[in-house]
Write a protein that binds this ligand. Structure first.
Ligand SMILES: Cc1ncc(COP(=O)(O)O)c(C=O)c1O
Length: 448
């Protein structure tokens, strides 16, 4: 009998015992190709000896010191590497242990920045609907994800939400990309005006929306237009790169491809690539200098900030990305996986859209491709896809609520950067079989 308080209490869990490249092996010997890298985490796969050795070395030398008293070589070198890997202007790094923790830290950093800058009224945040920024109270308060908010709505900090850039559903017929982007920028500006420009601290967005609606990148020009609005009103831009960062989309930060530099960036998942829990808030010189000059300390901290062993692991992950040219590999394998998905699913009657960036790809499932009608959410098609794929030895990351928070289904794919061509074929074959098996469980009426 298990005493582990699992997230889902009514389902049996296979016992994972070993990793082998992009595969997980369970206690019965069954192999699962992990096309989701866990939850977009294990970018180097599950058996990287370079990272494991770096962890062992650090743990033998010095596993942990309290960050209020000491710095370490591991955290210093990792911060240097992150400053080198991220766009010019992002010069400081605050380390933590997980994505949600870094989002709450980023929100508080934005609030303290404005206080230390003499703008005491800036206490509000604007984010986007259909977004996810963490399950701690701060990140959840700025998350548009309907289901994850639902039980806690009444106790969350108030925030304002604008539309995401979701061309498949929200771009109007005949509307050009430029007109759609301009409409979204106007909506943001109108929201700022409505709540009071002098009261807004920051705007938060995922460069590619991840689990909430399945790898949706913004249209070209969207983030430039957004940043121009924010700059006009002195509002900070926090890019949540917890999923999209650390190379997942083919550049170290995904927002580089949108040609803007945020004021604050959060990283987690791929930073430690599953070998250690670690996150980072990467911060512009302006934000850091303001806090440093005024107060000289950030009123925020956790016991495990900048812990030595996670920092050593993340440094080994970045070293692998650089030395093994993995950003280029993400670009190449991303194109190949996307092409293979297009070949297999472009004419599938229930795949409405194939999208994404690098090795963060999504398929949106629809009942009817013409009308983009969704399946009945009660059917939980996304859950059946996950089970059917897993039965066949494929892990993918399907989710519901794609279209509006309640309706819609999608499948997110985020395989390790190390996948090869044969594994691309295996992903597509098993996904097609799993999807068709899941659809076959529905009645003909449910599919019409
Ligand atoms: C974009 C984004 N932000 C924040 C989080 C929260 O990170 P964590 O689960 O590490 O707390 C996630 C996790 O899925 C995420 O995808």
């Amino acid at each position: 009998m298990s005493h582990v308080f699992q997230r889902y209490m009514r389902k049996p869990y296979p016992v994972a015992v070993r990793g082998d490249g992009p595969y997980i092996v369970d206690s019965s010997g069954k192999r699962y190709l992990d096309a989701a890298s866990g939850a977009g985490v294990s970018s180097l796969g599950y058996s990287d000896t370079g990272v494991a050795d770096a962890i062992a070395k650090q743990a033998h030398e010095l596993a942990y010191v309290y960050n209020a008293y000491f710095t370490t070589e591991a955290s210093e070198r990792l911060a240097d590497a992150l400053v080198e890997m991220t766009p010019k202007g992002l010069d400081w790094v605050f380390f933590g242990s997980g994505g949600s923790e870094s989002m709450d830290g980023a929100l508080k950093m934005a609030l303290q920045f404005h206080l230390d800058n003499g703008q005491n009224a800036r206490r509000r945040f604007i984010a986007r609907r259909q977004s996810y920024h963490g399950c701690a109270m701060g990140g959840l308060a700025v998350s548009g994800n309907v289901v994850r908010r639902m039980l806690f709505e009444d106790v969350l900090m108030p925030a304002d939400f604008v539309s995401p850039c979701y061309a498949y559903r929200d771009q109007q017929a005949g509307e050009t990309d430029a007109a759609y982007v301009a409409r979204l920028a106007q909506e943001l500006e109108a929201t700022i005006q409505r709540v009071g420009p002098h009261t807004v601290a920051a705007f938060i967005a995922e460069p590619v929306v991840g689990a909430t609606n399945g790898a949706v990148p913004a249209l070209p020009g969207y983030f430039k237009a957004v940043k121009a609005v924010l700059d006009r009103y002195g509002i900070l831009f926090i890019a949540d790169e917890i999923l999209t960062g650390a190379g997942r989309t083919g550049t170290y930060l995904s927002i580089e491809q949108d040609c803007v530099t945020p004021d604050i960036v959060t990283l987690a998942k791929g930073l430690g690539a599953g070998y250690q829990p670690i996150s980072a808030i990467v911060v512009s010189g302006r934000v850091f200098d303001t806090i440093a000059d005024k107060r000289g300390y950030f009123i925020h901290g956790h016991t495990y900030n900048a812990s030595a062993t996670p920092c050593a692991a993340a440094l080994a992950v970045i070293t692998a990305i650089r030395e093994r040219h993995l950003l280029e590999r993400v670009q190449t394998m991303g194109q190949r996986l996307r092409a293979a998905l297009a070949e297999r699913f472009a004419n599938h009657p229930h795949v409405g859209d194939i999208r994404g960036r690098g090795l963060l790809l999504g398929l949106e499932l629809v009942r009817d491709r013409e009308t983009k009608a969704t399946f009945d959410p009660q059917l939980m098609l996304w859950g059946s896809v996950q089970r059917e794929a897993m039965d066949r030895g494929l892990i993918c990351y399907p989710m519901g609520g794609t279209a509006d928070g309640m309706n819609g289904d999608h499948i997110l794919l985020a395989p390790p950067f190390i996948i090869d061509d044969a594994q691309v074929g295996e992903i597509v074959d098993k996904l097609a079989a799993g999807l068709d098996a899941a659809l076959a469980t529905l009645s003909p009426e449910a599919r019409r």
